[in-house]
Design a protein around this ligand. Structure first.
Ligand SMILES: [Zn+2]
Length: 239
């Protein structure tokens, strides 16, 4: 098992040391990691792992039965289990993904509050992200309104708190339509939650900023219909 060291609230950290528990020419497994493995609509962190005699440029990170596999071409000798490694997550990519994922929570909250639509899916990217809403049908004025209300929330600079909480508490606190709790197996307890103070609460395992102001200005750049009741919004963030 690889411990996810960035949970529940250490997702600002990018440098760490860990111990190899398994390794092949394709991937390394560590006892603990700050690399985010792809999941929940968020792509993996990139970066490097280095040790005495070798190094790997990490280009993909995936969960596998409780382990986290750091994929990349090993330069040097494949390390033995027990080898100490220095981990360095690409800080720019991490920061961009944190800002994007928190921005997604803001837009999802605004759309739920204003239009009663649930987030049916989302895909975060460092440069451009998308959210699918259901049921929804937005016109140009709606998009302007969603963008304006999202930016107003970001400007209020609410604190973003991340914590692990008992599932039964979370089920009571999460607003109807904000999270697809039914899709999270009952065995997942406690749950990691991301709370934007006085604004939003949602179970989520992703990496997030600590204050909304860090997101910066958001711009909605596209809208497409994905079926009768599903509307996709795409957005970017100003650098
Ligand atoms: Zn999330």
């Amino acid at each position: 098992m690889t411990e996810l060291l960035y949970l529940p609230d250490d997702d600002g950290r990018t440098e760490f040391t860990a111990t190899v528990t398994a390794a092949t020419a394709e991937y390394l497994v560590l006892d603990g990691t700050y690399f985010y493995p792809e999941g929940g609509g968020q792509p993996p962190d990139h970066g490097t792992l280095s040790w005495d005699g070798g190094r790997v440029q990490v280009t993909d990170v995936r969960k596998n039965h409780g382990d986290v596999r750091h994929y990349g071409e090993v330069d040097g000798d494949v390390p033995e289990p027990g080898t100490a490694v220095e981990g360095a997550v690409d800080p720019d990519r991490r920061e961009q993904l944190r800002r994007m994922h928190t921005a997604q929570h803001v837009v999802s909250r605004v759309v739920l509050d204003e239009y009663g639509a649930t987030t049916a899916g989302n895909q975060i990217h460092p440069d451009r992200s998308r959210i699918d809403f259901e049921p929804a049908s937005f016109d140009a004025a709606d998009l302007e309104r969603i963008e304006r209300l999202s930016n107003e929330a970001i400007e209020r600079d609410h604190r973003v708190q991340k914590a692990t909480r008992p599932r039964d508490e979370v089920e009571v606190e999460v607003d109807e339509g904000r999270a697809l709790l039914d899709l999270i197996p009952d065995s997942v307890d406690p749950l990691r939650v991301v709370e934007v103070e006085a604004f939003d609460l949602c179970p989520c395992g992703g990496t997030h900023v600590d204050r909304l102001g860090e997101v910066g200005r958001l711009e909605i750049v596209d809208r497409t219909s994905k079926g009768a009741d599903v509307e996709r919004i795409e957005f970017v963030l100003e650098p």
